[in-house]
Write a protein that binds this ligand. Structure first.
Ligand code: GLA
Length: 402
């Protein structure tokens, strides 16, 4: 059955045929994400509210009869081949470590019943904080479980993808990125409780509301981001240990309230108190942001985004001068409802909620101010509609492997 056959699918199938000398049987897509609000809350078991974007990783697959695996990346123009049972040890963080790590997690979980050919291609900018790696993991896991007709609960698939980051890429990320890529919906944002993993799709009718999401990539190298991310995680854990000594009900910063922090804050040094206050307030903001989206109150939503940025900048201290400039310029531009840094920080992108009639204004103001201050342009993406993880093509008569 043919689910959809657009130009993208045709191009992918053509490249697959060229690379592997046989037709692709299945094409799937998993999108990147932009976090609208709720940063550095996921690993504190709190709340997040991201949305998928219109850029994605595509995976084309066909089974192989000899138990071997061949994976080609179009973006890197590299390929790797090995027997399914013998995952080669790669460099943590390379595309092959993510790809073979995802395959290995699926194999050891009993989800694969044979070898395969895989072509990977994507247009999520790499290293920009738009979750290209989560999209890669999700696309591979979604695609292979479909190819082999293996039953997997989507939340189990998401946890498997997170393990790939932890075990094979050496990134101790939270659950937000994989969750959003796998379960985010077109025309919706995704509210997620990172403790219970309960979620809610919230309408994000951008076009109907006359709005767009503008993503501005600072193009600041995030080399430091990994170690600083780990440092923030450890600070949050240290705050929990200090507070749980007198209040055992606190097992994560999620359990902290403004009142408890007020009463018990003296147990924390200044740095830990600032980190904890950010998490408490950010969780409260996400809950208010959820209400705002339920009610279609985009102005209120934008104000929460602004406040989130100031907190990430001043209390959690994960911003960067480049991000602060992009946010300050956006916040002072007519027609911008809200602006903030998004994701892990120390570089990467800002996210802006913008009226459609202000798109040219924000673009030129961001460009001009960034060039004048930092001598280079930001990369600007305008998001009018988003994607979701989906099967785009399945060859008719595709053999089902059990
Ligand atoms: C990165 C991580 C996420 C999350 C954000 C910060 O994107 O991958 O799990 O912790 O940083 O909110």
């Amino acid at each position: 059955m043919e689910v959809m056959q657009g130009d993208i699918v045709k191009g992918l199938l053509g490249r697959f045929q060229h690379a592997f000398g046989q037709p692709g049987r299945l094409v799937v897509r998993a999108p990147g994400r932009v976090n609208l609000i709720g940063d550095h809350t996921d690993y504190n078991e709190g709340f997040v509210l991201p949305a998928t974007i219109d850029r994605a990783v595509y995976v084309v697959l066909a089974p192989r009869e000899d138990g071997r695996v061949r994976i080609r990346s179009s973006n890197f123009d590299e390929a790797i081949e090995y027997p399914l049972e013998q995952r080669p040890v790669g460099t943590a963080g390379s595309w092959t470590s993510y790809a073979t790590g995802a395959v290995e997690e699926l194999r050891s979980g009993g989800y694969l019943s044979g070898g395969f050919e895989m072509l990977i291609s994507g247009d999520v900018p790499l290293g920009a904080g738009l979750s290209s790696s989560a999209a890669l993991e999700v696309a591979i896991v979604f695609g292979l479980t479909k190819l082999f007709d293996a039953e997997i609960d989507p939340v189990d698939a998401i946890l498997l993808c997170q393990r790939v980051e932890h075990r094979y890429a050496g990134v101790q990320c939270g659950i937000m990125d994989q969750f959003c890529s796998r379960l985010g919906w077109k025309d919706h944002a995704l509210f997620l409780d990172c403790r219970s993993l309960e979620y809610e799709h919230l309408p994000l009718p951008l076009a109907d509301a006359g709005l767009a999401i503008v993503i501005a990539d600072s193009r600041v190298s995030r080399e430091l981001a990994g170690s600083k991310y780990g440092e923030r995680r450890r600070e949050c854990e240290a705050a929990v240990s200090a507070l749980s000594a007198s209040n055992p009900a606190i097992s994560a910063l999620r359990d902290l309230t403004a009142d408890i922090l007020e009463a018990e804050g003296h147990r924390l040094n200044d740095t830990l108190a600032k980190r904890a206050l950010h998490v408490v307030n950010e969780n409260a903001r996400v809950m208010r942001a959820r209400e705002a989206l339920r009610a279609g109150e985009f102005e209120g939503f934008g104000e929460l985004m602004n406040a989130s940025h100031w907190s990430l900048r001043d209390l959690f201290e994960v911003s960067a001068p480049e991000l602060d400039l992009l946010v300050a310029v956006a916040q002072s531009t007519d027609g911008v409802l809200g602006a903030r840094m998004t994701g892990g920080g120390f570089g990467g992108c800002t996210v802006n909620l913008v009226r459609i009639d202000a798109l040219e204004r924000i673009r030129s103001r961001l460009e001009a101010s960034y060039v004048s201050e930092f001598g280079r342009s930001p990369e600007i993406y305008v998001l009018m509609e988003n994607h979701q993880t989906d099967v785009l093509y399945r060859a008719s008569g595709a053999r089902q492997h059990v």
